[in-house]
Design a binder for this molecule. Structure first.
Ligand SMILES: *[C@@H]1O[C@H](CO)[C@@H](O)[C@H](O)[C@H]1NC(C)=O
Ligand SMILES: *[C@@H]1O[C@H](CO)[C@@H](O)[C@H](O)[C@H]1NC(C)=O
Length: 689
């Protein structure tokens, strides 16, 4: 065992040197810029540039696609493969409008065999030349009735391809904008239509001041006027009050997630009472039929006709309600439906994600998206590998696409050939969602040394627990963790020592008996990093029954034996003492306190019962033998100086210069005495027996 470790000790620096020489860290491209889909409106004839930036190892190079085809490099279009910059000079819609995607690729050189390429897409940037192609329609003649609702539609042909569109109304020419809305009697809705809550005769247009809507954009500094509308108003004498009545709403409006929704209700009506608001007011109710309190997500316009809801989410979809009111009456609730739409949305964990997989394992990419509530589900995903659409040419032994197309598996990945990126496209009625995920393959954890799986040992042997492993050079730390006896140990298991180069062992000759017994069992070493985990098992069996080793004998000597010996010794001492006492009594004659008292005509038991412990009766001192010691008179209530030769008699002990007398049956006689100070104190250990 020692020889193996020495050998590996010598080999290790060589191995290390070998590793560092071919350190091969690979990382597929990851696009940082552009970071989200966008639409850009570019002024015709201007110069335009788009940036692309990606990271990876080695540094990626760039290409651009327009409508899923490589962009055509011309004298007006250039792409810098190193910086990723796309430049277009003299932008022209017909040549340049389209959906652009940057493709970042990096190439991994293999010492033997062809290089391997990984490619990744950026989000789509849609480019459009800002333009207004609007044709004014034919002029119209319109007639309305005084005090009645009237509407002039903003109708035009063509389209405004601009970032910002605004619609305003003009009378006659561009210089005469309709700015006076007569205290909200006149209203322009979100589609640009002009509403009169009720007409006044003054609304009639002069032949040179026809009503025209103007479609404007600050981006292109342009206002295009639509057809002219000539309005005649039929006069009405003695107008009667009119209840509000719904004339317009935008129920069913489709609003994309994260944008702002505007719901509109317009009520016609006329109230001649000058003390009342002359146009109906609008009341808004939420999906729960409760009046909407403006604030936060909800705002109500000053004229009360618009409810705006910011940062639209799927749960905002539903029916909202408006109600028109004036002094004459009010309407029923009118339903305005908000329809929240979105391009496909990823299910949780549904998007293909960057993944790092050790060699030999499978890599899985998901592409699971949905439409918003009540919308048509998306079509099946379309997969791309390194920005090339999959199809019959795709190697089925390497790539597995599930039947529902929602999962792509790269089988048994290899670092040399399988670092790649996949893309998937999901389309629904509202748009397209692209997902992009890259696969990085690293060298797996390679166990370069592991100890014998089963080690049968005897006391004094060394248990080998050395585990050595290598992995991909991109992994900075490998963690070793031991599991033993249902416990986890971060570096080494109990009693193990780690020396140079992970040489790990338990020297059992350093253990006592209990420790030695505890080292038997299954050891598991888990070697892990973020992407992989491997385990090495070592079973340790003690061949010798753990015996009482002389060095450690005292610790293992059973306590009960000691207790037994002590007990027996104690009993022997007691018996000896009893025998001694009896012998002595026999020598001295039959001296007994009780008998003496009884002899003196007293009945100590009776006295005790009558007087208890508080009251001491004192036998006649004459009845006591004082030997040859002189008798000392004491005041009556002082204790009798009862001093006899028998201070060592059983049942008597002195403590704090006091001795108590007991009958042989243990009952207290009731005599206290102070020791005769003239007598030498008894030897200290005698008094405590
Ligand atoms: C290991 O420990 C866990 C919790 O500490 C316990 O539930 C389990 O029963 C233990 N297993 C053994 C084999 O002791
Ligand atoms: C184990 O410990 C003993 C006692 O200290 C020592 O003599 C011996 O060299 C050790 N064995 C190893 C392999 O370290």
């Amino acid at each position: 065992m020692a020889r193996t470790s020495l050998l590996s000790l010598l080999l290790f620096p060589l191995l290390l040197a070998g590793c560092s020489a071919q350190e091969d860290i690979r990382s597929p491209p990851s696009v940082l810029k552009p970071d989200r889909p966008d639409t850009r409106y570019i002024s015709g004839g201007s110069d335009f540039q788009l940036e692309c930036e990606a990271e990876g190892k080695p540094q990626p190079t760039y290409k651009w696609w327009r409508d899923e085809q490589p962009v055509e490099i011309t004298d007006k279009v250039s792409v810098d493969a190193q910086t990723g910059l796309l430049s277009i000079t003299n932008y022209n819609s017909y040549e340049h409008d389209g959906e652009y995607m940057c493709i970042a690729s990096n190439e991994f050189k293999n010492p033997s065999g062809p290089p391997n390429t990984a490619s990744s897409f950026s989000p789509i940037i849609k480019l459009l030349e800002a333009r207004m192609n609007i044709n004014s329609g034919e002029d119209k003649k319109l007639t309305g009735t005084e005090y009645s609702y009237f509407m002039i539609p903003c109708s035009y042909e063509g389209q405004a391809v601009v970032a910002d569109v605004s619609i305003n109304w003009f009378q006659g020419s561009r210089t005469n904008q309709l700015k006076e809305f007569d205290n909200d009697r006149i209203y322009v809705d979100t589609d640009g239509n002009l509403h009169f809550t009720y007409l006044k005769s003054s609304d009639r247009s002069k032949p040179t001041e026809k009503y025209r809507c103007g479609i404007g954009s600050t981006q292109v500094s342009m206002i295009v006027l639509s057809n002219g509308n000539e309005l005649a108003v039929t006069e009405v004498l003695n107008p009667t009050p009119r209840k509000p009545i719904l004339k317009y709403d935008n129920s069913g409006v489709r609003v994309r997630r994260f944008t702002t929704a505007t719901l509109e209700c317009l009520f016609g009506g006329y109230d001649p009472d000058p003390s009342q608001p002359h146009v109906p007011m609008t009341e808004w109710l939420g999906k729960d039929y409760r009046p909407i309190v403006p604030g936060g997500k909800y705002q109500i316009s000053e004229d009360t006709r618009r409810l705006t809801i910011t940062n639209i989410q799927e749960e905002d979809e539903g029916d909202y309600y408006c109600k028109g009111k004036n002094s004459v009456g009010e309407t029923d609730l009118n339903t305005v439906t908000l329809d929240v739409t979105s391009e496909p949305l990823w299910e949780p964990e549904g998007a293909p994600a960057d993944t790092t997989v050790p060699e030999g394992e499978n890599a899985i990419f998901n592409c699971n998206a949905r439409s918003t509530i009540d919308e048509t589900p998306p079509q099946s995903p379309i997969w791309y590998i390194n920005s090339e659409q999959t199809g019959s040419h795709t190697d089925p032994s390497k790539y597995l696409i599930s039947a529902d197309k929602k999962r792509l598996t790269v089988l048994s990945v290899r670092k040399a050939t399988d670092i790649l990126c996949v893309q998937c496209k999901v389309v629904n009625e509202e748009g397209t969602t692209w997902g992009d995920g890259c696969l990085n393959v690293i060298l797996g954890i390679d166990i370069t040394y592991q100890p014998p799986e089963k080690q049968e040992i005897v006391y004094g042997d060394t248990i080998d627990l050395t585990v050595r492993a290598t992995t991909d050079p991109s992994i900075k730390t490998l963690n070793y963790e031991w599991l033993f006896d249902n416990e986890t140990y971060v570096t080494t298991p109990p009693y193990a020592i780690m020396g140079q180069d992970r040489y790990t062992y338990i020297n059992t000759s350093l253990l006592n008996n209990d420790e030695y017994k505890s080292v038997a069992g299954l050891y598991t070493c888990e070697i892990a990093h973020n992407f992989q985990r491997k385990a090495v098992n070592v079973e340790v069996v003690l061949v010798d029954k753990p015996v009482v080793v002389p060095v450690t004998a005292s610790a293992g000597f059973p306590m009960w034996i000691i207790a037994l010996i002590v007990g027996i010794l104690f009993l022997i001492i007691i018996i000896i003492i009893i025998i001694c006492v009896i012998c002595r009594k026999k020598q001295e004659g039959d001296y007994n306190v009780d008998k003496k008292e009884t002899g003196a005509g007293l009945d100590p038991k009776k006295e005790l019962m009558e007087k208890g412990f508080d009251d001491y009766s004192r036998p006649d001192p004459a009845d006591f033998e004082y030997g040859d010691k002189p008798r000392r008179e004491l005041p009556y209530d002082e204790d009798a100086p009862l001093v006899g030769e028998d201070t060592k008699s059983l049942g008597e002990y002195s403590e704090d210069e006091e001795a108590r007398f007991f009958n042989e049956d243990g009952s207290f006689i009731g005599q206290y005495h102070k020791k005769d100070p003239t007598r030498p104190p008894p030897p200290p250990n005698e008094s405590n027996i």
